[in-house]
Design a binder for this molecule. Structure first.
Ligand code: HEM
Length: 533
């Protein structure tokens, strides 16, 4: 069993040595772990092995002592920062959830910088905004994406999961997509997809209790939107098939991959290559989703043969992918899946949690509806209308704070560098728990856990004490390329829904935010909808 106790006093002394209390069973106090010659993690593990052998404990077969039991508890606690979910009702929870509470407890107990281990990987958790700036921004060249992202095989060489020289040309290629000019032309497509979705939802709303599983329905909608915007597909009509199969497959795939990274299989070397049920399911979804993107690519390629792409008025992501010579065919496919996934899963999370919060806060729901009706009385949302939606924008910003769709950012240190007082050795992973930082009372005040959209009334700068205390879209060179689209889409979708429906939380709701790549409601969000028009 590997030791995984958190240690608060992470001291990196004299530039080259990592000095800290030994988290193993040895009671010898502080140790120096030289990082000059060897990978830090390997060195660290070597030390653990020596200590255990000396104490007569084989690394493979140990009878667990009370202390080890305690350490195992910690391990579970730390895993839960990432993936464990205990269900409890929303009553009295103040929007908090178990995994978040555990992560916050770690920070309270061990400080804003502490380390832990998952299997052989040493991970340093950082919640100090000044240090976050160094990792994500100032020293960005010294970091790549973390090892766990590579379990998402379908994204492997694409812009989200790649690093360094593979990533840079892709960033230059896609950095020009989703500018205001481009999004302007896309608002009507988003409205069209939302209206079709509303029509599909109505029979469900009209029957029985009027309950709708919001996360499921919104995920289908955001997939329809990204397929229309980035891949040129027609918005689905009322009777058409929806994107539910793709949405379910993506969801299952991400949850299964999470199991491979943070679940028990993570501790078994070579687990990925065993013919287990989990691996088979991952492979099945991977193959099926790859088929989806390949069909889209083939359909567009045949359009190119029929007519030149030059004549196309608006170049979408698929055009960019197919007309560039700078990327390989695997990158073409991986980026197709990256945009399909990143373009819908995150926005579905944002919209679902926004609808949840508006269900809990009917006065804010009313204010948002009144604003939409004031600036959009004819029901037509345009790019110019969006800037009038001040209340809606504050509500979305507050939702992104309380329920950041990507609640954990990770980096792998590829070059030793200095972050504040610490020297970070190569090979160590950095974890930045956005959800914890967004609720830090030192940064946000005593009401950090409360839904208070007014905190954003005077802009982001005034809402938080540190600009890096609010990072729903990340920061630095790897910041989200789709953030303008995401915010425009969320406002447009809500502007179409608010005048048509009012809603409250269904009685069966279980508060269960669950982290895969994104933060999603494990048991969906049952919402009771009432028609307004
Ligand atoms: C509410 C919605 C969204 C949120 C909260 C969000 C959040 C993020 C975050 C935090 C990152 C940085 C990850 C890191 O630093 O490790 C990121 C990157 C990225 N996002 Fe988003 N995102 C959203 C919507 C979108 C949309 C709509 C698209 C595309 C249509 C998109 C495409 C991407 C891509 C391609 C990257 C990788 C950029 C790079 O590494 O250079 N995202 N997103």
């Amino acid at each position: 069993m590997w030791s995984t106790r958190c240690v608060s006093a992470l001291e990196l002394a004299n530039g080259r040595n990592l000095r800290m209390p030994c988290p193993s069973l040895c009671q010898e106090g502080m140790h120096d772990f030289s990082v000059s010659s060897m990978n830090f993690a390997a060195r660290f593990l070597q030390h653990l092995a020596v200590v255990r052998e000396r104490d007569g404990q084989s690394m493979l077969d140990q009878s667990r002592t009370e202390k080890e039991e305690e350490e195992e508890e910690w391990k579970l606690g730390l895993r839960s920062c990432v993936c464990k979910v205990l269900n409890h009702t929303s009553e009295g929870s103040g929007h908090d959830w178990e995994a978040l509470s555990t992560a916050r407890k770690c920070v309270e107990t061990h400080g804003k910088v502490f380390y832990f281990m998952t299997g052989k990987t040493v991970r340093i958790c950082i919640t100090d905004p000044n240090l976050i700036k160094a990792v994500l921004d100032t020293n960005a060249d010294s970091y790549s994406k973390p090892s766990f992202i590579h379990v998402l095989d379908i994204l492997r060489t694409g812009i989200f999961a790649s690093s360094g020289d593979v990533w840079l040309p892709q960033r230059q290629l896609f950095g020009r997509s989703f500018t205001s000019k481009e999004i302007k032309t896309e608002i009507s497509l988003i409205t069209e997809c939302t209206r079709a979705a509303l029509k599909r939802w109505l029979p469900e709303i009209d029957s029985g209790s009027g309950e709708l599983s919001v996360y499921k329905r919104v995920s289908e909608l955001t997939l329809d939107v990204i397929k229309a915007l980035a891949f040129g597909m027609d918005p689905p009509g009322t009777e058409d098939r929806t994107s539910s199969e793709e949405a379910e497959s993506f969801n299952r795939y991400l949850l299964n991959c999470r199991g491979l990274v943070f679940g028990r299989p993570a501790a078994i070397p070579g687990y990925r290559y065993l013919p287990t049920q989990l691996n088979k399911e991952v492979l099945k979804d991977q193959t099926w989703l790859t088929g989806v993107i390949e069909d889209l690519i083939i359909a567009r390629s045949s359009e190119y043969v029929a007519s030149s792409s030059e004549g196309r008025e608006h170049k979408d992501i698929l055009d960019v992918l197919l007309t560039t010579t700078e990327i390989s065919s695997q990158q073409l496919r991986d980026n197709g899946l990256t945009f399909l996934l990143a373009g819908h899963h995150t926005t579905a999370s944002l919209l679902s949690w926004t609808m949840y919060l508006l269900a809990l806060h009917p006065l804010w729901q009313e204010r948002a509806r009144a604003e939409v009706e004031e600036f959009c009385s004819d029901g037509i949302v345009e790019w110019s209308t969006l800037s009038h939606f001040k209340t809606l924008t504050m509500i979305l910003q507050e939702t992104l704070r309380l329920f950041p769709p990507i609640p954990l950012l990770g980096r792998l240190c590829v070059k030793e560098n200095t972050v504040g007082p610490y020297v970070i050795p190569q090979g160590v992973e950095i974890m930045i728990p956005t959800a914890v930082i967004h609720r830090d009372r030192e940064l946000w005040g005593d009401d950090a856990d409360q839904f208070q959209p007014m905190r954003f009334a005077n802009g982001l700068g005034k809402a938080c004490k540190h600009i890096l205390g609010y990072i729903p879209f990340g920061s630095g060179p790897r910041t989200c390329v789709g953030q303008n689209l995401a915010l425009a889409e969320a406002r447009t979708v809500l502007a179409a829904i608010l005048p048509a429906l009012s809603w409250s939380l269904g009685p069966g709701y279980l508060h269960s935010p669950d982290v895969s790549l994104t933060l999603q409601p494990k048991f969906d969000i049952p919402i009771i909808m009432k028609r307004l028009s």
